[in-house]
Structures are given as C-alpha cells and as structure tokens.
Design a protein around this ligand. Structure first.
Ligand SMILES: C[S@@+](CC[C@H](N)C(=O)[O-])C[C@H]1O[C@@H](n2cnc3c(N)ncnc32)[C@H](O)[C@@H]1O
Length: 299
C-alpha cells in the first residue's frame, strides 16, 4: 500500500494471473504500482512486466528493476508498444480501470468536487479536452447523453439545459463553476449526485469506454493461448463490456459464427460471477466497494 493508491483485490487478481516466473506480463494501469510490485516479485529474468500508465505522475512510482519496463502511454496502444519491445505474445494481462486515489485526491487535477481548481479531469494532462471544454462546447443533446448514460443522472436533460444556460452567460472554468450549478439541481443525496456528474464527465474527457474497447480487442490478439486476462472495473457499463467481450469477443455481446456455423468463443470464462471485495477490504478501503473482478483464459 502507498499513499498514492491502495491496490484493490490485490491477491485475488494476482493469483488469477497464474504467473509463470519466466513469462511476460502486462499491467496496463500501473498507477501507484501496487499490483505491479506483486507481479514483479513473482518473476525472475527473463520474466518481465510491461507496465502502462497514461498519467505522467505515475512515473514517479517506477523503480529500477530489470524485470520492469514502464511505458508512459494510453493502454489503447497496447499492441503497438509491445511490438516495439519485441513482445508480440504475452502470458497474462491485468487492467485495474478508472482513476487512482492520487488523481482523485490531488485537488489541482480537477477530478473531485471536494476542491476548487481548474475543471480539468484529464488523466493524460498533455492532450485532449478538459471537462470545462466539454461543458463549454458540447451540444445539449450530447451533454444529456453523457450525464444520463455514464452518470445515470436522473435529471440529465434539466442538467444539460442548465449547463447551456450558464455557459451562455459565462464559460465554465473552475470546479466551483460546476458545483454552484449542481447545488441548485441536486435532489436527494447531494454527494451522490455530484459524484455521478463528475464521473460522467471524467469518462467522457478520458474516452474511457472507447479506450477499454480498443484495449480488449488488442489484449485478445497479444495473449498467448492459455494466457489470462484479468480486469477490475468500477462502473456497470465497463463491467458489462468486459463480461460481453469474454463471452463473445466483442463488447456488444453478439455471438459471431464462422463460415461453418461454429460460434466464436475466444475465451474460457473463469469467473461465472464477478469476484467482489470482501467486507473487510471495503472497511479498510471504501474506494474498493464498486470493484468487480473478471478473469478469462484465451482459448
Ligand atoms: C485504479 S488506478 C490503478 C492502480 C494500480 N493498480 C495500483 O495498484 O496502484 C488506474 C490507473 O490507470 C491509469 N489509466 C486509466 N486509464 C488508462 C488508459 N486508458 N491508459 C493508460 N493508463 C490508464 C490511470 O492514470 C491510473 O493511474
């Protein structure tokens, strides 16, 4: 455990990788390196872990180790970077999606309504549009879709209208510009409402579902037969995508047949139901509460 991030479902996910000490592994969400450390500790050269993170602050958690190769990139480019490293096929891949506690707790990154700073929310602070940009630029229908679908915000239409009315007077810049607006619209649990809206914006800013789909498709290609894919999600849409992908090889969950009518089943699913954190883990680390772990083995 580090102050940067406390790893979730740590032993469950590492055991699920079924590590061969001399194999090649990938942790596509390095963060504070909690999962990576456990994987590396089970490896011996030429065994190696390739670790990805698109947040340049995660680099500060990397340690010198011949068994660790850190790649400061979005995991949607998984296959390209592995190929550049001469690692076309790997034994196992872990993804622990979402944001780290560090990102959430560093007020200036703009992920949390608990602070006032620029309304940013980019995991990769070097590129892309900020949350403020989206609020200022997207049309009302798009905003409604984002709030409704990603945040499951009940008054998504009213909120989208209020965003447009506000930006016609003054553009969004800071977190407080948004929270002031939300104060007037929150019904019931205010914190929950704020979290839903912030989560929705974060997912859009970072194109999280698109990146997940790109990742899953490439993970299937780069895994050796018998290789394990282990994914921890924190959002129902992500969990559904992973579940569908494991069953059918596509995130929509559409069964595909080959020319002879054989159904394509690229994985053997090892978790019929997702593995959830124990009550003890949630008590120690409340941020684990929405985690779901799924494991599949490439056929
Ligand atoms: C939940 S944290 C991972 C924590 C890590 N397992 C640990 O034990 O410290 C998620 C991390 O993944 C990174 N991340 C999220 N989406 C990413 C993407 N598309 N490409 C690369 N990194 C991503 C975030 O920047 C964050 O550091």
């Amino acid at each position: 455990m580090t102050a940067y991030h406390q790893p979730v479902l740590l032993l469950e996910s590492i055991e699920a990788l079924d590590i061969d000490p001399r194999g090649l592994y990938v942790d596509v969400t390095f963060g504070g390196g909690g999962h990576s450390r456990e994987i590396v500790s089970r490896l011996e050269v030429p065994g190696k872990l390739f670790a990805f993170d698109q947040d340049e602050e995660a680099v500060g958690n990397v340690w010198e180790d011949p068994r660790l190769d850190f790649i400061p990139s979005n995991f949607r480019y998984l296959q390209r970077f592995l190929r550049l490293r001469g690692a076309d096929q790997v034994n196992g891949i872990l993804a622990d999606l979402g944001v780290s506690s560090h990102q959430f707790d560093a007020g200036e990154r703009g992920f949390s309504y608990r602070f006032d700073a620029m309304l940013d929310m980019r995991m990769n602070a070097r590129e892309g549009r900020t949350a403020a940009d989206l609020l200022n630029d997207l049309d009302e229908g798009e905003l409604q879709r984002i709030f409704g679908t990603y945040g499951e915000v009940r008054n998504a239409k009213t909120l989208a209208q209020a965003v447009v009315a506000r930006r016609n007077r003054l553009p969004f810049l800071r977190i407080s510009d948004l929270t002031t607006l939300l104060e007037g619209l929150a019904k019931g649990n205010r914190m929950r409402y704020f979290s839903q809206v912030f989560q929705a914006l974060r997912m859009e800013v970072n194109q999280e579902l698109d990146a997940l789909e790109d990742f899953l498709v490439q993970a299937q290609r780069v895994l050796k037969p018998g290789g394990r894919l282990v994914v921890i999600t924190y959002h129902s849409l992500e969990d559904r995508m992973v579940k569908n992908f494991f069953k059918t090889g596509n995130v929509r969950g559409e069964l595909e047949q080959d020319f002879y009518g054989n159904i394509n089943r690229p994985f053997q699913v090892l978790t019929k139901k997702p593995v959830l954190p124990s009550a003890e883990e949630i008590a120690v680390n409340p941020r684990a509460r929405s985690a779901k772990l799924r494991v599949a083995e490439k056929v």
